[in-house]
Design a protein around this ligand. Structure first.
Ligand code: PCA
Length: 149
């Protein structure tokens, strides 16, 4: 079992959350909410308004998201779904737990996998940095789902 921190379209209520609920992809159990210990630039970029966590710790904001416990099958599925390693790369980072589901959880911080990218266009650094992604947020950059491309 591994922990995955999701900050974009995989979160509850976001356009790709359904893939985490599909048992044919493996299992993903919601464990709680958290935010990254380090700050990162989270930008919405490209013609499909895709959220990207740029792998540049120390810049941007602490980013809020959800922590899931996933099995090996789901991890493999998510790697494929997120185009890892060409689009996103899966790396480990520390997440500060804000709310844990159930009675007992780990301490303040938990190490999680995250899909971020180190291969972005330099001009993305000039886009607005978000702290908490919502496809329908006031930024007006609604995610264009893969089915509609
Ligand atoms: N999906 C992954 C990375 C960005 C995205 O839209 C996530 O939600 O964490």
């Amino acid at each position: 079992m591994a922990h995955v921190f999701v900050y974009g379209t995989l979160k509850r209520g976001q356009p790709n959350h359904k893939v985490m609920l599909d048992r044919s992809h493996g299992s993903a159990v919601f464990r709680g909410r958290g935010c990254t210990v380090e700050s990162f630039p989270l930008v919405i970029a490209g013609e499909h308004n895709i959220p990207w966590l740029l792998n540049l710790p120390g810049k941007g904001r602490c980013v809020a998201g959800e922590i899931y416990e996933v099995d090996e099958k789901m991890l493999c599925f998510l790697d494929d779904f997120e185009g890892c390693p060409n689009m996103y790369q899966r790396t480990a980072l520390q997440v500060r737990v804000l709310e844990w589901e159930g009675a007992r959880g780990p301490g303040d911080c938990v190490q999680c996998f995250v899909y971020s990218t180190a291969t972005y266009a330099p001009e993305w650094l000039h886009l607005p940095y978000h702290g908490c992604y919502d496809s329908e947020g006031p930024h007006g950059l609604r995610y264009n789902p893969r089915e509609s491309r």
